[in-house]
Design a protein around this ligand. Structure first.
Ligand code: 2IT
Length: 476
């Protein structure tokens, strides 16, 4: 056993072995880090998603705190895993029949060291404090990677938009905002959309906010273009992820030309990916929903199919089978698309959608590259399989940062009271993704001695900017 930098001996065996340096066959993790992980588990019982996201980041920071004792001296890890503020509130609303319902609303304001809290709002039955905290935590590092001045936050509700009328959705959004408005503002906290929250819901929430505070200000991103939104924001997450993928492929002298891509989900993010992959000469052969996945051997390519994905979303039916019925392609009920033959996999649906068996199936099918587009789509066990397989692998917090990156550009445009043309936004988005890719590789090279540990590189590069800002700002 070898002492760590502070003379202590930190040894901890974990299911996740990927970041440990081996000293005489022992797997060593920094003792400060292992202590933080233990405390985190004790302090947050019943929050598996949050513990998963935080553990994954903390484990890759072992090498950073080994090298630089200031992070322990200033208590950075204990502070960075604790949200600055978590707000939980009642959201009562009436359905079209006059019946009263109560949902729970959340806003987790995780970290404001480098800018106002920034992050989406999710409406889904699976929303709870654990999910909000995992997303807010991830957002902090992701936003840091964009190089724009945005802190991390996330919000939402366990409200299920499926099967609700437009009037019901509007009343819900207004009630949600009747509480949230007092906690947000253009220099305080700037929400956006996420699962279940698109331009329509943002419109209803923004409208109510404006009415309550009697000011027109850039308090949301993802707004409609006519009332302060940015060009390209709807496309940004999917386009950005595909630009990131392009950079990854370039390091192997490859391009998207002729590549087959398996995609999950059919929402806003998958929609952007499908378009950009097609433009760059690749072919997306699957999309999926909660009911199963479709396999389109000719590719989800061309305006009609891409447009139909929007219709599927707008219908509120949440069914992938509609695509198979419309275009006469294969539908695999109750299955996920990870067994199909593909060169590249891009999970675009939700957290933990790829488990250990899915990961094994992907590797077996000959997949050469996995680019996460959803937030934390892989379980820790699935990550281990993918990392050990040695395939090219990027984490969501780097690859999907184009969404919030474009949100940052929307904030800039709002502050300037002007709009940029699509080409200008797209060019800036592309620049942001190339820069994130470089940051990941540089940090990976510096701390792991090899440049393609994107998971570790993203965590370290995202962390250092926030941590150093926290040190500068004192114990707050
Ligand atoms: O997960 C995400 O990065 C988002 N839902 C977008 C957040 C934002 O503020 O644009």
């Amino acid at each position: 056993m070898r002492p760590n930098s502070w003379g202590g001996v930190g040894v901890r065996k974990s299911a996740d072995l990927r970041y440990y340096r081996k000293y005489g066959g022992e797997l060593v993790m920094n003792q400060y880090v292992s202590g933080i992980i233990e405390d985190l588990r004790k302090k947050n019982p019943g929050e598996p998603e949050f513990i998963q996201a935080a553990t994954e980041v903390l484990e890759s920071l072992s090498v950073v705190v080994d090298k630089d004792p200031k992070y322990q001296k200033y208590g950075i890890l204990e502070r960075i895993v604790e949200p600055e503020r978590s707000i939980i509130f009642r959201v009562p609303w009436q359905d079209d029949k006059g019946q009263i319902h109560v949902n729970r609303g959340y806003r987790v304001q995780f970290n404001s060291a480098i800018g106002p809290y920034k992050g989406g709002i999710r409406f889904a039955p699976s929303v709870n404090l654990s999910v909000m905290k995992f997303l807010g935590f991830e957002q902090t590092f992701k936003n840091s990677l964009t190089s724009l001045p945005m802190g991390g936050g996330k919000g939402g509700s366990d409200f299920d938009p499926r099967g609700k009328s437009e009037a019901e959705v509007m009343r819900f959004c207004q009630s949600f905002m009747n509480e949230l408005f007092r906690h947000i503002g253009p220099d305080t906290d700037v929400p956006a959309g996420d699962l279940g929250v698109g331009a329509r819901e943002i419109g209803f929430m923004f409208g109510q906010y404006k009415r309550l505070i009697n000011r027109f200000e850039g308090v949301f991103t993802g707004k409609g273009f006519n009332w302060g939104g940015s060009r390209m924001r709807p496309e940004a997450t999917g386009f950005g992820a595909t630009y990131f993928l392009q950079e990854m492929l370039k390091t192997k002298n490859q391009s998207l030309e002729g590549k087959t891509v398996a995609v999950s989900g059919f929402g806003n993010v998958a929609w952007g990916v499908v378009q950009k992959v097609g433009q760059l000469g690749g072919k997306v052969v699957t999309i999926s929903g909660p009911d199963g996945f479709i396999y389109d051997k000719d590719g989800v390519v061309g305006a009609e199919k891409v447009e139909y994905m929007r219709e599927m979303r707008a219908s509120g039916r949440d069914r992938a089978q509609d695509y198979a019925d419309k275009f006469g392609v294969e539908f695999h009920a109750g299955k996920r698309p990870w067994g199909v033959k593909c060169d590249i996999a891009m999970p675009c649906a939700t957290q933990n959608e790829v488990d250990e068996n899915d990961a094994k199936a992907l590797v077996k099918s000959g997949c050469k590259c996995l680019c996460e587009v959803a937030n934390m789509p892989l379980t820790l066990e699935a990550m281990k399989v993918i990392i050990e397989s040695g395939i090219l692998y990027a984490p969501g917090k780097a690859a999907n940062a184009g969404g919030v990156g474009c949100s940052g550009l929307e904030m800039t445009q709002n502050s300037m009271r002007m709009h940029w043309a699509s080409e200008e936004v797209d060019q800036k988005l592309h620049g942001i993704m190339v820069s994130i890719h470089d940051l990941c590789r540089q940090a990976s090279e510096e701390y792991y001695g090899k440049s393609d540990n994107y998971v570790g590189g993203a965590n370290i590069a995202g962390f250092k900017k926030v941590a150093d800002a926290m040190i500068d700002q004192g114990v707050i």
